[in-house]
Design a protein around this ligand. Structure first.
Ligand code: FE2
Length: 256
């Protein structure tokens, strides 16, 4: 879908003014990447590491979103689209459904290298975008957006939000006999990633029903996360989630 066809998200689209980033900002980016890299190299999942190479991220310079989109589009149809900040849910889902990842362009300062309450370009690009080069993950994410874009029931959306949280944001995968990370919140945070690697967090096998009924806690480090066995499993879980959501909507119709 071309950007002109977006409705809910249209007011949030901006340009990334790449030439306006300062040398100090490029050097903060470099520091962020270098801080995370040793853990990512050892514990990032295969698909993330491949995606990182494919989209051509550079350690020493902030990413140019248009250049990343050029690399992604022929592979998975995704683009990395600059937006002005946090998006309301309908705008967010509309963009995912159109294979456009809403991406912030601001970068945290040197005083908040570990954590920012709102996502910045490091969380969005370093954390999320490499996975968009993987076809199955990319299709899963598009499907997630297209299902949520059709739902207005807030309780249902909150439950589907847990699926997003425990996969796209904090997902783990079993690979080569070990737990590897692919969720952007674990990829981009030293604290969350160490918590997983050092056994501070229980890891259960991903079961859709359990994920949908496990509330999200944003006020503390994770005590429980879920590991998929493959991205095909995630893709199939999204189809099951769609069926589940449709059933819930049917059951809630008046007159039943
Ligand atoms: Fe995120």
């Amino acid at each position: 879908m071309p950007a002109e066809q977006l409705k809910a998200a249209a007011p949030f689209l901006i340009e990334q003014k790449y030439a306006e980033y300062s040398q100090e900002q490029h050097s903060v980016w470099q520091e962020l990447v270098l801080r995370r890299w040793p853990q990512i190299e050892a514990h990032g999942c295969r698909e993330y590491l491949e995606g990182y190479q494919i989209i051509g991220l550079q350690k020493e310079r902030l990413p140019n979103l248009a250049a990343i989109s050029e690399k992604l589009r022929p592979r998975t149809g995704w683009s990395t689209t600059p937006v002005s900040g946090f998006l309301p849910a309908p705008a967010f889902f509309e963009m995912l459904a159109a294979r456009m990842f809403p991406t912030t362009t601001w970068l945290r300062g040197r005083d908040s290298l570990e954590y920012t309450p709102e996502p910045d370009i490091f969380h969005d690009v370093f954390g999320h975008v490499p996975m968009h080069a993987h076809r199955v993950f990319a299709d899963f994410l598009q499907h997630y957006g297209s299902v949520c874009a059709r739902i207005e029931d807030q309780e249902l959306l909150e439950q589907l939000g847990r699926l997003f949280w425990y996969t796209v944001e904090f997902g783990l995968i079993r690979q080569d006999g070990a737990i590897k990370v692919y969720g952007s919140g674990v990829i981009s945070s030293h604290r969350e990633c160490s918590n997983v690697i050092e056994g501070g967090c229980e890891v259960r096998d991903f079961q859709l029903e359990e994920v949908l009924r496990t509330p999200v806690r944003v006020d503390r480090i994770h005590k429980l996360l879920f590991a998929i066995g493959s991205f095909d499993q995630l893709y199939e879980a999204m189809h099951a989630a769609e069926d589940w959501a449709e059933q819930r909507l049917l059951e809630s119709r008046p007159g039943r």
